[in-house]
Ligand binder design. Structure first.
Ligand SMILES: C[S@@+](CC[C@H](N)C(=O)[O-])C[C@H]1O[C@@H](n2cnc3c(N)ncnc32)[C@H](O)[C@@H]1O
Length: 228
């Protein structure tokens, strides 16, 4: 195990586990944003495709962009009944603007992705994404870690979420999986940048609005970006 994408592509977590998290995000997203049938969505770092699964029936087209081929394969199965979903595989070295040529999005969602990327790469992606937004297009970056965040507190929030939902299977799955994978987790680089670091780097390039209550990690931040 030498990278976060490898950690996430491990099918050890069940579909139900990912779906429970995606449901929370999508239901909060729909309360605060108006995704319409004539709009296009980019699910950046969309993983196994559960956010895409819930939101694609509500828009014209959803594009899931991922660096892990294994996760894309899983996302294709998860979304096999949704005909308006497209897939883009992005290697870290690929040029994002080239990969997105021909696409214009109303919403770009990056849920729980930014903190696993090197900050310079993430900022470069955001610069490139400006050219792929429609007029009034927006980028929503969620589940960002806050300054001095702590792994144990973060993990506790997830466990508490499944417990409070009465989702005993999700709770036990999370508990035992994280114990099995603890060695992998500890050998990976911890989140290097917080929402505050990102905001500092984006000054003058994007207008930032802070959004609350989007994901199950109640202590994490979300920011909505519109190009300046
Ligand atoms: C914690 S998972 C989140 C998955 C999904 N967004 C969700 O909320 O269920 C992080 C995802 O980001 C993807 N990822 C990491 N680096 C990436 C990159 N450079 N480009 C695209 N995706 C990336 C990983 O492969 C993984 O699927």
């Amino acid at each position: 195990m030498n990278s976060w994408p490898k950690y996430w592509e491990d099918p050890i977590y069940s579909d139900e586990f990912w779906l429970a998290r995606a449901r929370v995000f999508c239901s909060n997203f729909e309360k605060q944003f108006d995704l319409r049938k004539d709009q296009r969505l980019l699910d950046f770092g969309g993983g196994c495709g559960f956010i895409t699964k819930i939101l694609s029936p509500k828009c014209l087209e959803a594009v899931l962009l991922e660096s892990s081929l294994k996760s894309i394969d899983r996302a294709r199965i998860v979304n096999e009944s949704n005909e308006n979903v497209r897939y883009i595989h992005l290697h870290q070295k690929d040029d994002l603007a080239t990969k997105l040529q021909g696409y214009k999005f109303d919403y770009v969602i990056m849920n729980s992705v930014a903190q696993y990327l090197p900050l310079d790469l993430f900022i470069l992606y955001l610069e490139n994404l400006k050219g792929s937004l429609r007029e009034n297009g927006r980028i929503l970056i969620t589940d960002l870690v806050i300054k001095d965040s702590n792994l144990l507190k973060d993990l506790k929030d997830i466990a508490v979420f499944y417990f409070e939902q009465g989702n005993l299977k999700g709770f036990l799955e999370f508990f035992f999986t994280e114990i099995i994978k603890l060695k992998d987790r500890l050998s990976l680089p911890m989140f290097k940048h917080s929402s505050e670091d990102i905001a500092r780097r984006l000054k003058g390039s994007y207008k930032i609005s802070w959004i609350k209550n989007l994901t199950l990690n109640i202590n994490r931040h979300a920011m909505l970006l519109t190009p300046c």
